[in-house]
Design a protein around this ligand. Structure first.
Ligand SMILES: Cc1cc2nc3c(=O)[nH]c(=O)nc-3n(C[C@H](O)[C@H](O)[C@H](O)COP(=O)(O)OP(=O)(O)OC[C@H]3O[C@@H](n4cnc5c(N)ncnc54)[C@H](O)[C@@H]3O)c2cc1C
Length: 384
């Protein structure tokens, strides 16, 4: 029976509760809004399936394949402008849908909480497109995927590395008709902190929220902004350096506790393909960064590489040294746990969101100067 000995190790992937034949495991929310398994011991038959599928107890299998990596972006300028990086996710997803498949990814609900949903139409890709920096709830997604896979229909699952590990362990075997894609992941934020931020924004704009984009590119990809549209017609854009939620996220004060010691790091992964922001692209291909967004793509399996070849004609794509992937900090390393994480969480109880962020998430002057110089250098090299 799954037992949470160290709460900070549970990634909240839903594999244990999805596989329980007695349905005696439920996912319960803690004070920060993160879900953890809770076992109804009176119904448990001690089959241990829940422990077998847990990706923290048993690492998900990786493939015997020499990783290859690419810099890529969609040739479709609209898709690219609406995506966090180069829009590669949409290109892969569209290809699967055009082959009659189902795509599972993270989408906002009406309250702007994040859940995994499945779609079968390219019109619905807009719901999945774009990064959401809050933990997405898997709910029945793994079970739905298993049922679809049995029908030979193609499935594309996109999520965090721990969610792909959870899915792979839950399935317990390879399916030719399943393509999995994870991301290089900084971590996922607390749904309760997110809700407090949303309430703070609603007060500020005197309106309910109509739409949120974490990665608006009005000021360019390198200086991405959070865009919030109110139902009253207001529109707010603040860069990741100014936006309060992004400051809290990037200063690591509201990540899931397991993100500080992530079990799914490393170049070898259970996924077929990994996507990430290719911030350092100019170090590998001079002048490639046009400030519109570029994906770093890593293929981890024969299946991933084969599918990649199929979509390449829809992309601007160049192969790069695999060092580009290893050089991305969050590929191999977990985000650092700040000493003041608990203080930040407590301060949200009796301060406004903006005040709590001001106290605990101010970016030191040295770092601000460094970022400004970095962005400045990118601008100058683009002009050349
Ligand atoms: C929580 C998070 C942390 C990230 N951290 C890093 C990082 O540290 N370094 C880096 O280089 N890149 C990071 N990325 C990846 C990067 O921001 C882009 O998502 C990636 O490059 C794909 O971009 P795209 O333009 O191809 O597609 P997009 O359209 O931007 O990708 C959309 C897909 O991403 C997945 N996704 C979005 N939000 C979530 C979520 N909350 N949970 C699970 N899956 C989600 C979905 O399934 C969604 O369908 C992160 C992404 C997320 C979601």
């Amino acid at each position: 029976m799954i037992e949470i000995i160290q709460k900070a190790m549970c990634v909240g992937c839903y594999a244990c509760c999805s596989c329980c034949p007695q349905q005696c495991i439920s996912m319960e929310e803690d004070g920060e809004g993160f879900k953890y398994p809770s076992v109804n011991k009176s119904k448990c038959i001690n089959c241990n399936k829940c422990e077998t599928v847990c990706p923290v107890i048993h690492s998900a299998p990786t493939q015997d394949f020499s990783e290859i990596s690419f810099a890529a972006y969609s040739k479709d300028e609209v898709i690219r402008s609406q995506s966090s990086s180069g829009g590669v996710f949409s290109v892969l997803a569209e290809a699967v849908i055009n082959q009659g498949g189902v795509v599972f990814g993270a989408a906002f609900d009406r309250e702007f909480q994040v859940h995994h949903i499945g779609i079968t139409s390219t019109d619905d890709l807009k719901f999945l497109r774009g990064s959401k920096y809050i933990q997405s709830r898997i709910e029945d997604t793994y079970k739905e995927i298993k049922e679809i896979l049995k029908t030979d229909r193609k499935v594309y699952f996109s999520g965090t590395p721990c969610q792909v590990d959870g899915l792979k362990n839950f399935l317990g075997k390879e399916y030719d008709n399943l393509l999995t894609q994870d991301i290089i992941c900084h971590g996922v934020s607390s749904p309760v902190v997110w809700e407090k931020y949303l309430n703070y924004v609603k007060d500020k704009i005197h309106s309910d929220i109509k739409h949120i984009t974490f990665r608006d590119k009005t000021f360019g990809w390198n200086k991405y902004a959070v865009k919030i549209e109110g139902k009253n017609g207001t529109e707010e854009k603040s860069t990741f350096l100014e936006n309060e939620m992004m400051k809290a996220y990037l200063r690591n004060v509201c990540l899931r506790p397991s993100c500080y010691n992530c079990p799914s790091k490393g170049l070898k992964r259970s996924s077929d393909i990994t996507l990430a922001d290719f911030w350092a692209v100019n170090d590998y291909i001079k002048g490639f960064d046009d400030n519109k967004g570029i994906d770093l793509v890593v293929c981890h399996s024969e299946k991933g590489a084969k599918f990649w070849k199929e979509v390449v004609p829809l992309l601007v794509c160049r192969e790069v040294d695999i060092q580009a992937a290893s050089g991305n900090f969050s590929m191999n390393c977990s985000s650092r746990l700040p000493k003041y994480r608990d203080d930040f969480m407590h301060s949200l109880e009796n301060h406004t969101f903006a005040d709590a962020v001001k106290r605990y998430c101010s970016i030191p002057l040295s770092e601000r100067i460094y970022t400004k110089i970095k962005l400045g250098i990118k601008k100058v090299s683009r002009r050349k």
